[in-house]
Design a protein around this ligand. Sequence first.
Ligand SMILES: [Zn+2]
Length: 146
Amino acid sequence: MSYFRAIDPFPLESADQNKLHEFYEYLAADRLVTSCCRHCRRLSWPPRGFCPECVSDEFEWVDLPHEGTVHGFSVQDTGVPAGFQAPLCFAIVKVGGLRIFGPILGADPATLRVGSTVQFSPIRVADDSKGSARHLLAFRPGASAT
Ligand SMILES: [Zn+2]
């Protein structure tokens, strides 16, 4: 039996495919945002086009803090995604009242701890098929320099 490697022809950040595509534009502008319900003010993560609390589909983007703390993490030593260096730490990071999953780039697994401080640090990845820039959420270890 043969298999082919599936490639998503419609990246989630495409405006044609995702009403939340602005999230990625904010990432490109170095802003970490999520959706906030206009009716009940619930924050969601990941961003949602409708509110799981009151089912409203009216939302606005709100900025989140750039600093978070590691809630839990794992380390990938082999087979890391193309373009990343092993070992690669993936973590659930507490940001505000939310828990956000993402890679912590440049983290030393020997020193990373639950409770470690990390900073939001979006990365540019390979362009999409139309040549548009793509950005992904990521963190880096350390406290804010400011
Ligand atoms: Zn709501």
